[in-house]
Design a protein around this ligand. Structure first.
Ligand code: NAP
Length: 249
């Protein structure tokens, strides 16, 4: 499992604790509280540690990513180099994102390129596209009220999903075997972004208010149009409200 210290990586490790699988995990920082698993330092940018990481491995869940820094070098070129070392791998599981070909965002274009690389390789694979994680939406858009106001483009739509739901879904593919590109994995409900801080305010008894502002541009419009959602795949169980309540508890 790559990306052991990330949001998805941590959730995967939590769910894999106590399983019969023999697990090797990789990242550059060493994850805490994971003494049950073997950790190998590896860097997708320099290639350091990758040979050791994939030695004697049958299945890879590739949860490493870098959306902000060196994103092409890691998501596409790093993956290409990585795939070159995986001729012995029986199954490569790649988490991707819903709507990437319809949303004009650089990182999403790279995810699409990475999917194509994988499809054109000889390695048996499963690609599962998920919607944005609850924690990701919260930390990106709802973490810092400005003068006691969540200032947000409230008409954007999200169908956020709990990372634990997604992690357990991905783990099932280990024994299902390679499935190619699967159905999308979406959260249980599609919400307007402005509804999300309203829930946060209610649950945490905050005195903050919500100030919704429109934005210009194609990227904003694609989220207003819900291109990042899939109303036919409300597969996740934990709602955003439940996620907030669990976090508070
Ligand atoms: N976040 C979302 O809302 C969302 C939604 C759907 C799908 N996904 C997909 O799920 C996957 C995991 O996303 P995430 O949100 O869990 O990511 P994340 O929290 O940003 O974690 C990224 C992981 O990649 C590792 N990493 C970064 N640079 C690296 C490098 N140069 N070499 C090796 N490892 C490196 C990081 O560990 P170190 O820094 O310790 O190396 C970290 O463990 C991605 O493919 C993402 O596209 C995410």
């Amino acid at each position: 499992m790559t990306g052991a210290t990330g949001q998805l990586g941590s959730a995967l490790l939590n769910h894999l604790k106590g399983s019969d699988y023999k697990i090797k995990m990789t990242s550059r920082r060493k994850p805490e509280g994971t003494e049950d698993f073997e950790w190998v330092y590896s860097d997708l940018l320099s290639g350091e540690g990758l040979d050791e990481a994939v030695k004697d491995v049958d299945v890879i869940i590739h949860a490493a990513t870098s959306p902000m820094k060196n994103s092409r070098l890691i998501e596409v070129l790093g993956l290409e180099r990585f795939l070159g070392k995986l001729q012995h791998i029986k199954h490569f599981i790649y988490p991707s994102i819903v709507g990437i070909e319809e949303i004009p965002f650089k990182y999403y274009k790279l995810k699409y390129e990475a999917e194509e690389l994988l499809k054109n390789s000889s390695i048996p694979f499963t690609i599962v596209r998920a919607t944005q994680f609850h924690g990701f939406v919260e930390s990106l858009l709802l973490s810092k009220p400005l003068f006691k106001r969540y200032v947000i483009p409230g008409s954007m739509k999200f169908q956020s999903v709990d990372v634990d739901d997604f992690a357990t879904y991905l783990i099932d593919f280990i024994h299902k075997g390679p499935q190619g590109r699967t159905d999308d994995f979406g959260g249980p409900e599609i919400m307007l972004l402005r509804e999300m801080p309203e829930q946060k305010i209610k649950i945490n008894n905050e005195t903050n208010k919500v100030l919704s502002i429109p934005l210009a541009g194609k990227l904003y419009k694609s989220f207003v149009d819900g291109k990042n959602t899939n109303c036919n795949q409300k597969t996740g169980r934990i709602t955003f409200e439940q996620y907030l309540r669990n976090k508070k508890a």
